[in-house]
Design a protein around this ligand. Sequence first.
Ligand SMILES: [Mg+2]
Length: 308
Amino acid sequence: MFKQTATNLTTLPRQSIDAWIDSFDTVLSDCDGVQWIGRELVAGSLEVTKRLQELGKKVFFVTNMPVKTRAELQAAGVDRGYEVEQEEILSASYVTAKYLHDLKFDKKVYLIGSRGISQEFDHFGISWIDSDCSEKVDVLDAVSNGIKLDSEVGAVVVSFDTNINYSKILLAANYIKDPECLFIGTSFDEAYPTNNGAIVPGTGPNISAIEVASGRKATIIGKPNPNMCKSLLAGGKINPERTLMIGDSVKYDILFGFNCGFQTLLVGTGVNKLEEVRKWQKSNIEDDKKLIPDTYLPALGDLLPFLQ
Ligand SMILES: [Mg+2]
C-alpha cells in the first residue's frame, strides 16, 4: 500500500487509515521499545494490541531479547495485561534452540548466555556447558601450554550475558578455531532502548568480541533473519503480504519485515526516529533503502482513535 515510503499515518485522512488497517490480518510486534521499555509499558500500546486482537487480527510477539524463556515471557505478558499464548511468542533464545534441534545437533553447546536460553536448550534436550562454570583461564599458562577444551563441544552460542569476561571470550574463540564448530549469536542488538538515554549494551558487543578474536563471523538467528518466523512462514500460517511487522528499530525490525516480505510500521518510542529515516530516503546505498518502513507512527498508541 505504501511500499517503503515511511508515510506518517497521523497525517492521513481516516479513510486511508481504515484501508490500511484492512490491508493486514496478522501482526508481528517487537516488544522492547514498542510495547514496553524495561519494566514500563509504552502508553497506549497494550490498548491498541488488544483492540487489534478484538478486530480479528492474529498477533505474535517477536523479540531478540534472550533473557527469558517463552513460558516466562508469556507469564510476564499476561501479568502486564496482554492476552498471549506461548505459541504466539517468537523469542531469539527459543528459535536458536529450535534451530539446533532442527539441525539434529547432537554435540554440546558452549554457552555464553543466561538461564533464558539454557532452559530452552533443556526443553529441546540439547546439552550445553555453562560458561559461568569455566575455570578462569591463566593467560601466561595459555600462551605456554595452550587451552584445554571439551572435545564434545560442537557449537558456541553467544547471547545476552552480563557476566561476560576474558576467559569466556578466550574459550569461545578457541572452540570456533575448529571450522566444524558452529558459531551462533542469538541476535546482534548493539544496545537496548532506555527512557533516559543510558547505553545498555545488548548481545552484539559480546558477539563482536569473539568475532574480533577469532576472525570468524557468527550466524545470527534473531531478527533481521527471517529464520525467526520460519515456523509461521513454512507452515503457511500467515500470508506475508497481509502481515504487518511493528518495530522501533530499523536495523532489526524493519529489515526483518523487508526480508520476510511483510508490510512494516516503525514507531518512534524506541531506537529510531522518523528524521533518521528521512536521511536514508536520500541515500544512494541500496541497503539503506531496506531500512525505510512503509509507515510510521510516533507511538503505537496513536492508532487507538482509529480502532474505536
Ligand atoms: Mg525493540
